[in-house]
Design a protein around this ligand. Sequence first.
Ligand code: NDP
Length: 304
Amino acid sequence: MALLFRSDPARGAVFRDAFAEALPELPFHIGAAPEPEAVEYIVTWTVPERLAETHPRLRLIFSVGAGVDQFDLAAVPAGVGVVRMLEPGIPEQMREYVTMAVLALHRDLPGYLVQQRAGLWQSGRNRPAAERRIGVMGLGQLGAAVLGALAPFGFPLAGWSRSPRQIPGVDCYTDLPAFLARTDILVCLLPLTAETEGLMDAGFFAMLPAGASLVHAGRGRQLDHGALLAALDGGRLSGAVLDVTEPEPLPAGHPFRSHPQILLTPHIACQTRAADGARHVVAGVMADRAGAPVPGLIDRARGY
Ligand code: NDP
């Protein structure tokens, strides 16, 4: 048995130290394994080529990031488990990012930034939080964490998920049109799957109340860029905070880079902290060896 770490070698050194302490008997390789046929665990961002042939004893493939959408699951043999990154820094950072973004939109920050640059000084009306309805798409670990952070401000809160959920203080929907119709600031925290790819298109934006705004921290391919621009320029939407795009980075001159109603960040909502990430992978390997449930194991049929 062995573990192969195929990502940033500096982070690999942190993982190696964690494994040396917790599982010293497990051979740990960074970059490449001398005997790939002995590798049972891979920590990586991408699926190695010819995985089934080269790593016949593979049991688990761990993502170094929160999503698993970058993996071509068809290239991962059916018996191999796929594990997403779970570490406490991810929900902590997402709470911060989405709170910042929602408050920026709620307090009209994009408009005041335009004003500042134009040398203007003009105050608008501060809308009470009780009149600003927030809707979070995705009620998993991140959606739930973000809703908890937003609760003290007094916004009416709702969420949308595939299966029915119950969260105290949150109106939970599975009906998308009904959820969108009551949402003034929409937050996307969905995993990228066949069902969520391209979800936010012109028809989708037409279901939001006029003047609604968007915080997108899911995955770039969930958003139709042209539809967002048309919704902003046509006045249906009033603003957007985007952390994810397709591609990343956006090409120079892409309209999102300079649009006055868009605040754009370079996919920094969350960054995996190496020591915490290493602890998660150690726990996963130990659980697997003990025959226990592996934290973060995804449902491959659902894609998340
Ligand atoms: P979880 O798997 O914990 O939760 C996913 C949620 O999305 C669940 O509530 C699920 O519904 C819902 N969902 C999935 N598919 C659909 C669908 N077709 N229709 C309606 N609801 C759906 O994921 P996390 O909360 O941990 O993370 C969510 C995503 O956030 C990640 O996959 C990643 O893409 C993104 N992310 C972005 C980061 C950034 O830096 N910008 C950092 C970290 C994550 P149900 O409850 O019914 O299963």
